[in-house]
Design a protein around this ligand. Structure first.
Ligand code: GLU
Length: 436
């Protein structure tokens, strides 16, 4: 009989392939460190942990389009399915000039963790195109979206992998994606993407869902900290869909939005800015800069603003070892994906700042995406009240469960969320087994 010595079986602990190795400062490296921290708490499921360190499928596509001036431009597109153990892939599509494969890998992995943390029946996926959409005409943007959708058509489908909006993508882009997929398969298939306009099988409450989720878990965490929202000072980084909705809800609860930063600059107002008027300014001028009812602040000084709650709701790697020590907030609520590096996480923990991690704090978006997908399948649509109350219940229950784990194991909320989520993913992985 053919036998092998264990000493010969080096493949049992193979190094990660080069494209999966931690890009030390990048989001994928940050994610790998977060996974490593959870291994001691996985018990016998730790045997499967490498599955979390390797995306299941990576698709890189060339996206050529004809520009309005007749020339041809090529863009790099991605769709990564990180893990499908618990259900179809789910996660947004990002259009941004800095998108890279390793960023999309990290974002897809955080989707796996997030979907498991709130227990929606999905795996994790993410996509993106390396493009600055603000430099494209509407026609060019449509052609780009349709070509990209056709290229990733191999992977997506209502029971395979369901995209949604993310940074710089919206309901119109989802409508083009839904139409392109539907034309290619010959049947109108609303459930292939979520975050669609209401008239095309979209869901009430989806646009505000991420910000509402940020607010919901923020209220629960503030309550546990004994922090009153009435008069609380809130600073927000990013005034897009997530940041502006969260700011509005905190303002309605009596908090003051004392500083806002976006890609155009940083503003502050000790008495609190009027969120609706700031939104009007942003619509007109494209950013918060020069908002008349505020003073300008140096971008770097945003992190030292005197506040109780800080909401990073922009991009990854914003809170780093260089600025974490300046943060005065008692509570950080991660509206963005991956805004805090592992080193910064440790500094915040040591300084007694409570961090509500992205994988629970911004899970409201995908939760209402799940509701949209269920509504599309059943062709039966719910009221906004029903959607919001179900969303609040899921977010509160997930938060309470994670809080208990954090108390029990004396770990941060991030590690607690990873414990809950990774156990769910790896349990499914183990029960399914390896096949073929
Ligand atoms: N892009 C959002 C996120 O990062 C939503 C994803 C979805 O709804 O599928 O969670």
């Amino acid at each position: 009989m053919h036998t092998v010595q264990n000493s010969q079986r080096a493949f049992e602990h193979q190094a990660l392939p080069s494209y999966l190795q931690a890009d030390s400062l990048g989001p994928w490296g940050n994610y790998l460190q977060q996974v490593d921290r959870v291994i001691p708490y996985l018990g016998s499921l730790a045997r499967w942990v490498d599955t979390l360190k390797r995306p299941k499928r990576i698709l890189v596509v060339d996206v050529p389009i004809e520009l309005d001036n007749g020339s041809i431009a090529h863009f790099e597109g991605y769709r990564v399915q990180h893990n499908l153990s618990r259900g179809p892939g789910k996660g947004g599509i990002r259009f941004h000039q800095d998108v890279t494969l390793s960023e999309v890998m990290a974002l897809s992995a955080w989707m796996s963790v997030k979907n498991a943390a709130v227990n929606v029946p999905y795996g994790g996926a993410k996509g993106g195109i390396r493009v600055d959409p603000k430099k494209l005409s509407r026609g060019e943007l449509e052609r780009l979206t349709r070509r990209y959708t056709s290229e990733i058509g191999l992977l997506i489908g209502p029971s395979k992998d369901i995209p949604a909006p993310d940074v710089n993508t919206n309901g119109q882009i989802m409508a083009w994606m839904m139409d392109t997929y539907s034309m290619n398969v010959g049947a109108t298939t609303t459930g292939v993407v979520t975050g669609k306009p209401l008239d095309l099988g979209g869901s009430l409450g989806r646009v505000e869902a991420t910000g509402r989720g940020v607010y919901t878990v923020g209220v629960a965490a503030a309550h546990n900290l004994g922090l009153s929202l009435n008069g609380a000072r809130v600073a927000v980084q990013g005034f897009g869909n997530v940041g502006s909705t969260a700011a509005k809800l905190f303002e309605q609860a009596g908090a003051k939005i004392v500083s806002v930063q976006d890609h155009t600059g940083t503003i502050c107002n000790d008495l609190g800015v009027d969120v609706d008027r700031l939104l009007q300014h942003v619509e007109r001028y494209g950013g918060v800069r020069n908002f008349s009812e505020s003073e300008a602040l140096n971008d770097a000084d945003f992190w030292g603003v005197s506040c109780d709650i800080l909401i990073p709701a922009a991009l990854e790697n914003q809170i780093t070892k260089d600025n974490a020590g300046r943060i005065k907030a008692k509570l950080v609520i991660e509206g963005a994906n991956g805004p805090t590096t592992t080193e910064a996480d440790d500094i915040l923990r040591d300084n007694g700042v409570l961090v509500l991690p992205d994988v629970i704090a911004n899970a409201g978006g995908v939760t209402v995406s799940y509701f949209e997908w269920v509504q599309d399948f059943s062709s039966f649509f719910w009221s906004e009240d029903e959607i919001n109350s179900r969303l609040v219940k899921i977010m509160q229950d997930a938060f309470e469960a994670i809080w208990q784990v954090a108390v029990e194991y004396k770990v941060t909320l991030r590690t607690a969320t990873f414990i809950v989520a990774c156990k769910r993913i790896l349990k499914a992985r183990e029960m399914r087994g390896l096949y073929p």
